[in-house]
Design a protein around this ligand. Structure first.
Ligand code: ZN
Length: 124
């Protein structure tokens, strides 16, 4: 093969490697990692890119653009018209975005309670 033919083949490979990279990126995967993979293993990378599942974040973003919202109790994505969550079964306020539940554990709240308790005990 001539030098010119080698260059053409290299450019073609670099461009072809973009295919699995673009597909994988659409599913929330790193573009350049998949491009690199496609450079050396084009066919396996292409097949893998086609069969991998989208990341949870990508799925959530897709659902959010369709009007889905996160359940305030279990954080699963639910339909905007839902009055009960299909995942955790809890009732939701009809219409609009459900308010945050009043009681929800968080590390900050736990720490604050701990601090308050130590002050009451007087052994801070
Ligand atoms: Zn739920």
């Amino acid at each position: 093969m001539s030098t010119g033919g080698l260059i053409v083949a290299a450019v073609l490979l670099v461009l072809l490697a973009l295919t699995p990279a673009v597909i994988a990126q659409g599913k929330g995967r790193p573009f350049w990692g998949w491009w690199f993979l496609g450079l050396f293993f084009l066919l396996p990378a292409l097949i893998a890119a086609l069969i991998i599942r989208p990341t949870d974040l990508t799925k959530r973003q897709g659902l959010a653009t369709e009007g889905y919202r996160a359940c305030p109790y279990c954080a699963e994505m639910i339909r905007p018209q839902a009055i009960a969550c299909r995942y955790c079964g809890r009732d939701l306020p009809p219409g609009g975005v459900a308010p945050e539940p009043a009681e929800r554990w968080s590390p900050d709240a736990d720490e604050a309670a701990d601090r308050a308790w130590r002050q009451v005990e007087g052994n801070n």
